[in-house]
Design a protein around this ligand. Structure first.
Ligand SMILES: *Cc1c(COP(=O)(O)O)cnc(C)c1O
Length: 420
């Protein structure tokens, strides 16, 4: 599954001891496993090999340039959601024909930059956006490929913040709007309407909602084709869940076995946009216990990592397994108070884990597992904390892939007004 394992009670990332990495690079620290990342990419590639899809890794899950480069080198494309992510894609020389661009609020500049780079297609989320892309393409004298994002109105079992395929959400279009656009595509002379896109949410562990959504999309494709409309691409998005706690998510193979029969005979070029599935278990977050604070009701491990570094627990109440890098076998003593792992930030929401039976002492290193996706990419400088360093492990070797921010980085863009 992944390459963060205990050997002789010591946590390793591939061939490197987590404790040594923490000492060498300091904490808080993100550590990524190259092998885990590429193996997860390969799992999807293999599962869908019979249809050779374009696998566009979702950059927002973890946008570190080295990770992007590894995915592009493995044959992957990139799913971007902003001009900044396009900039990253260019930096790692991702071929434009492997880039797809979704977002409900693409600005003129972002659209123009993406057209100029010649991306494979825009995933368009509304009629006004389509008009705008047509207008900008016309100005640039280009014809650009577009897939319309379908909102299939399905409700996967996941946190409400990461459901994107219910009709009450801001994403995509209902089937009537979508079909009408296809039928009236002469209104958009600089757009080549080529396909349908959907992305129903994230951390989805069952195939059910995907199957339901694909069923709905198939119906639309059939109806449109009967009217002579050409549809060549189907993008089924990302959203595959991973194990954080006790989830039993479908494997890539199980997912493919359910989805592939549905796509048979449709003669469509298929695109996938996995993010979390590839990056999630490829990273951990290392942090050091600064103090152990006992109160009459609780124990707190106060650590040097915080919600600004890893927001998921605060934002979604997300569960991440937390372990000491030196496994303590007698961690479950009787009458032990449950412990919270908390950061130094002035918010009660600043926690990494709650109510755990965990033993550690001042100076120990803790590993927050499954922190590779939506970890660093959601980090901020709140409380004027410098964002952590990121390290990539490849076998017995480790490389810094983002240096820790300095105090200078914190204030570099600010201006002290002299006249006030
Ligand atoms: C976030 C996102 C993804 C990736 O979702 P995961 O759950 O990380 O696989 C894919 N497509 C779109 C459009 C997204 O916004």
């Amino acid at each position: 599954m992944h390459h963060f394992i205990f050997k002789n009670r010591e946590l390793y990332c591939e061939g490197c001891k987590a404790k040594d990495l923490a000492k060498e690079y300091g904490t808080p620290l993100y550590v990524y496993s190259r092998r885990t990342l590429t193996e997860h990419f390969d799992k999807i590639k293999k599962a869908f090999r019979s249809i050779k899809p374009v696998i566009c890794y979702s950059v927002k899950a973890n946008s570190n340039l080295t990770l992007l480069k590894l995915i592009v080198a493995a044959g992957g494309g990139l799913d971007i959601v902003s001009g900044g992510e396009l900039y990253r894609a260019k930096k790692v020389k991702c071929p434009p024909e492997r880039i797809v661009y979704a977002s409900v609020g693409k600005t003129d500049l972002e659209i123009q930059e993406a057209i100029s780079y010649g991306i494979l297609m825009f995933n368009v989320e509304s009629t006004p956006e389509l008009h705008n892309i047509n207008r900008i393409a016309s100005r640039l004298n280009k014809k650009v490929r577009v897939a319309l994002r379908f909102n299939p109105d399905v409700k996967p079992k996941t946190h409400s913040y990461i459901i994107t395929g219910k009709k009450e959400t801001k994403f995509g279009m209902d089937s009537e709007t979508l079909k009408n656009i296809f039928l009236e595509q002469y209104n958009y002379p600089n757009i080549k309407l080529a396909g349908i896109h959907m992305h129903i949410g994230s951390q989805i562990s069952q195939a059910g909602p995907f199957i339901k959504a694909i069923g709905k999309v198939k119906k639309i494709i059939t109806q449109l084709r009967q009217k002579g409309i050409i549809i060549s691409y189907l993008n089924i998005g990302g959203g595959l869940g991973i194990v954080y706690n006790k989830e039993k998510p479908q494997t890539a193979g199980e997912f493919a076995n359910k989805v592939l029969p549905l796509l048979k005979g449709l003669d469509l070029k298929v695109l996938l946009e996995p993010g979390r599935f590839i990056a999630g278990n490829s990273g951990i977050f290392l942090t050091k216990v600064i103090y152990v604070k006992n109160t009459p009701v609780k124990k707190f491990f106060i650590v040097d990592g915080a919600m600004n570094d890893l927001l998921r627990p605060s934002l979604y109440g997300a569960y991440h397994d937390v372990v000491t890098v030196n496994k303590n076998l007698k961690s479950k003593t009787q009458n032990q108070k449950l412990a919270d792992v908390v950061g130094p930030i002035c918010e009660s929401g600043d926690f990494l884990a709650k109510d755990r039976s965990l033993e550690a002492k001042q100076g120990d290193y803790l590993a927050v597992m499954g922190a590779g996706a939506y970890g660093f990419s959601m980090s901020s400088n709140y409380n004027s904390r410098r964002r952590p360093a990121e390290v990539l492990v490849d076998g017995k070797t480790s490389y810094i892939v983002r240096r820790r921010e300095s105090y200078q980085d914190l204030t570099g863009n600010e201006v002290i007004l002299k006249k006030l």
